[in-house]
Write a protein that binds this ligand. Structure first.
Ligand code: C2E
Ligand code: MG
Ligand code: MG
Ligand code: MG
Length: 282
């Protein structure tokens, strides 16, 4: 009886795997075409100072599928990461972000890089040539890598990150706090800023302990000369608590959703320090 169950389960599992593999290959083919057909686009989410000034934008990729509508990155980045497609996609994203951002004054542009992009020896040459081609100054680019990428980084990855920094790009540790990398680890890693994961920001205000945790994190980061960004700020209370805790930069729906580059340009064209206040986003 139990043997039969076991076998039945195993078979089911295999079928699902098979279907998944097929599904993955299908998406891969479609995604490859999408890159060539220019069906990908970038949405830019403002990153603001605690005073509400526009500091930078994070570029977030979307797939505008002809029949399925807008597909979010969680639904195709992991698939792209299972194949070499992520390199093609990553280069497309970086080039688009540089082209868009080049005429945007002193605005920082954040670009997410996947682990596999940094595992390639030619990533530094790719970045250099796209910067040269687009005229984008290196110092206005912030490369975001997740804490888990950083934790699993081998010597090659660290060397490449250091090389990118030497070119003038900044490196930011994304989703910080989800990977238990710790402070001593931060000290040894070539980064300029950290982004506190949304899951911590959500808890702000829940208990004194959560506030204390972020305050401690921010004070260590600030003392190390790292700037610290609070991700996923959705309410006025979270904004207040995050900035009080020492997060000098803030990002989240409370300020602005990811939006087309033309909206960012319009924001910049309003001139001066841009103040972004609570939008109707909820
Ligand atoms: P991430 O880099 O941590 O990006 C932040 C995500 O949080 C974005 O989701 C953004 O829309 C969302 N977000 C921002 N503010 C709020 C908020 O107040 N509340 C909530 N609930 N969410 C908020 P998105 O655009 O769906 O991207 C998801 C993830 O996909 C990103 O997480 C990043 O890891 C990955 N990703 C996006 N674009 C790229 C890319 O071009 N390359 C790579 N390798 N990964 C990308
Ligand atoms: Mg990011
Ligand atoms: Mg993030
Ligand atoms: Mg995150």
């Amino acid at each position: 009886q139990s043997k039969r169950n076991g076998r039945a389960q195993a078979t089911l599992f295999e079928n699902e795997m098979l279907r998944d593999q097929k599904h993955i290959r299908y998406i891969e083919r479609e995604l490859r075409a999408a890159i060539l057909l220019n069906e990908l686009e970038l949405a830019y989410q403002p990153i603001v100072t605690a005073e509400g000034r526009l500091h930078g934008c994070e570029a977030l990729v979307r797939w505008r599928h002809p029949s399925r509508g807008i597909i979010p990155p969680v639904d195709f980045i992991p698939i792209a990461e299972q194949s070499l497609l992520i390199d093609l996609l990553g280069e497309w994203v970086f080039r688009r972000a540089c082209r868009d951002g080049v005429e945007a004054g002193s605005l920082f542009i954040g670009v997410n890089f996947s682990a596999s992009q940094l595992k390639r020896d030619d990533v530094v040459t790719m970045v250099e040539s796209v910067l040269a081609e687009t005229g984008m100054p290196a110092k206005r680019i912030v490369i975001e890598i997740t804490e888990s990428v950083a934790m699993n980084a081998n010597d090659g990855v660290i060397r490449r990150l250091a090389a990118l920094r030497a070119l003038g790009l900044r490196i930011s540790l994304d989703d910080f706090g989800t990977g238990y990398s710790g402070f001593s680890y931060l000290r040894a890693f070539p980064i300029d800023s950290i982004k506190i994961d949304r899951s911590f920001v959500i808890k702000l205000g829940d208990s004194e302990a959560d506030n204390v945790l972020i305050t401690a994190l921010a004070s260590v980061a600030n003392a190390m000369g790292l700037s610290i960004v609070a991700e996923g700020v959705e309410t006025a209370e979270q904004m207040l608590l995050a900035s009080t805790a020492g997060c000098k930069l803030l990002q989240g729906y409370y300020f602005a959703r990811p939006q087309p580059w033309s909206d960012i340009q319009a924001m910049l064209a309003r001139g001066g320090p841009v103040r972004i206040r609570a939008t109707e986003a909820a």
